[in-house]
Design a protein around this ligand. Structure first.
Ligand code: ARG
Length: 479
């Protein structure tokens, strides 16, 4: 059918340096430069190039199997894509921002390199299923790297825990000294947190392991593509069962960001502990010079900027999750351009977590623990008062009653300006006749620690078992 001439605005052809857009046929005006800049995603989605090329190679093969490409066309495309990959890898690829995104850049370059056959690659495919594919491939890749990064953090924590199995440290609740613990116990707490993070990332990867390609723009491709074979080719465990869901779903990004936000919160708490411990008030640790900074005005300062920034970066990790959730909420099915906004938060969380995983292991490895100081203060401030109450419980006193008795002992000691260990047996007996000569032994830090031999407790024997468990978790093959 001949197109009706109608009242057409004369076509303003783009400057010759700017290649025409794939949709130029429908349009009579070229894009406004501000609109073009505004819609472009190339600056950030270019990092997906390895996956975009991989997806295109598999798609060309699938088109070949479906009889839509001759063997020579398919080979030309596959060879052309190898050349494109080479250019991208070597940094010689001629990126064209006016071609909006990485998908159109790769496709156009292929056409330039191999001619007409390149125009067949996008048969039955849409950028909507293409971007979902690229992101899923990227995600599967990055999760492997992140889990390995977290495993290395765990490994250093386990090594530092092995050194400090018997090193007493005040344990806190409400940031008030509570009961003695050993330093290894504190460090291993983070190993088990990070283990859950690694599991969350692994779960996220398993759920993302579904092929969206073949969903087309939204309704499914109109060509007889063997999606199962395509999934196998690309290493996916399953094929998406609904084309609308396949192109409009960003759960895999949201889940990744959620796992990243939780992980960031854990890393932030670790950094917060260390920052606090490095104060003169605590004096429990000293950062190596290599992981500290100075002041531009105060010559004496040594600041824990690295730890502070690890703590600070949890803000953007949480923010990125909220950003994508907010973008997705209320989007009608199926694809909407809003979804392009998923990438910067997604990539930012990837980069942030990778950066933390690079700096944290050497920072932890080079940390000096002032175990003498920890030891000195571990028994202060009535840290073993619970043990004194437990002593009475072992003599048959109901715990509530024992708590009250020891509360009065503490009150008395405070008034006398004494510690629990300074009280004589006669003084203690004023509060309960059940106190005996062996009470002194129950009040030591070592006895307090030893008593907590329950699984998961802070007794060195129990921590040794937890350490073995933690060490097993950080085995290389676990990643
Ligand atoms: N750059 C786009 C994105 O990130 C790719 C898909 C574009 N599809 C479209 N119909 N505009 O989501």
């Amino acid at each position: 059918m001949k197109p009706r001439p109608g009242k057409r605005t004369p076509r303003k052809t783009p400057p010759s340096s700017a290649p025409a857009k794939p949709w130029a046929g429908r349009f009579t005006q070229s894009a406004d430069p501000a609109a073009e800049r505004f819609t472009a995603s190339l600056a950030f989605d270019r990092r997906l190039w390895p996956h975009d090329v991989t997806g295109s190679v598999a798609w060309a093969k699938a088109l070949g199997r479906a009889g839509l490409l001759s063997a020579s066309e398919r080979d030309a495309i596959v060879t052309g894509l190898a050349a494109v990959r080479e250019e991208l890898a070597s940094g010689t690829f001629p990126f064209r921002p006016e071609l909006e995104d990485i998908h159109m850049n790769v496709e156009r370059r292929l056409q330039e390199l191999i001619g007409e056959a390149g125009g067949k690659l996008h048969t039955g495919r849409s950028r909507n299923d293409q971007i979902a594919l690229d992101e899923r491939l990227y995600l599967k890749d990055i999760i492997g790297r992140l889990r390995e990064g977290l495993r290395r953090v765990q490994e250093v924590l386990v090594a530092r825990a092995a050194e400090t199995l018997e090193a007493p440290l005040p344990g806190y609740t409400h940031l008030q000294r509570a009961q003695p613990i050993v330093l290894a116990h504190h460090l291993l707490a983070y190993v088990f947190m990070l283990q859950r993070d690694r599991e969350r990332f692994r779960d996220c990867r398993a759920r993302a392991d579904v092929l969206p390609l073949g969903a087309g723009a939204l309704a499914g491709t109109a060509f007889p593509i063997d999606r199962e074979a395509l999934a196998k080719d690309l290493g996916f465990a399953a094929v998406s069962p609904n084309s609308l869901d396949a192109v409009s779903d960003r759960d895999y990004v949201v889940e990744f960001l959620a796992a990243g936000a939780i992980c960031g919160m854990h890393l932030s708490r670790l950094a917060a502990d260390l920052t606090l411990w490095a104060t003169a008030e605590f004096g429990f640790v000293e950062f190596s010079d290599a992981f500290a900074t100075g002041s531009s005005i105060m010559p004496q300062k040594k600041n824990p900027d690295v730890a502070e920034l690890i703590r600070g970066k949890s803000g953007r990790l949480s923010g990125n999750l909220v950003a994508v959730l907010t973008t997705m909420k209320g989007l009608p099915l199926a694809y909407n351009a809003d979804m392009q906004e998923d990438k910067e938060p997604f990539f930012d969380s990837v980069d942030t977590l990778e950066a933390i995983c690079a700096v944290l292991p050497p920072m932890l490895a080079s940390l000096t623990f002032h175990t003498d100081r920890m030891r000195r203060v571990a028994g202060e401030n009535f840290a073993t008062a619970t043990d004194l109450a437990d002593y009475l419980v072992r003599k048959g006193v109901p715990f509530r009653r024992a708590h009250e008795v020891v509360g009065r002992v503490v009150r008395y000691a405070l008034d006398e300006g004494k510690g629990l260990e300074d009280l004589g047996l006669a003084e203690l007996r004023r509060f309960s006749p059940l106190f005996d000569g062996d009470v002194k032994d129950a009040l030591t830090v070592e006895a307090s620690l030893r008593a907590r031999a329950v699984t998961g407790g802070t007794a060195p024997a129990a921590v040794r078992r937890a350490l073995a468990q933690a060490r097993a978790l950080t085995g290389q093959e676990q990643s």
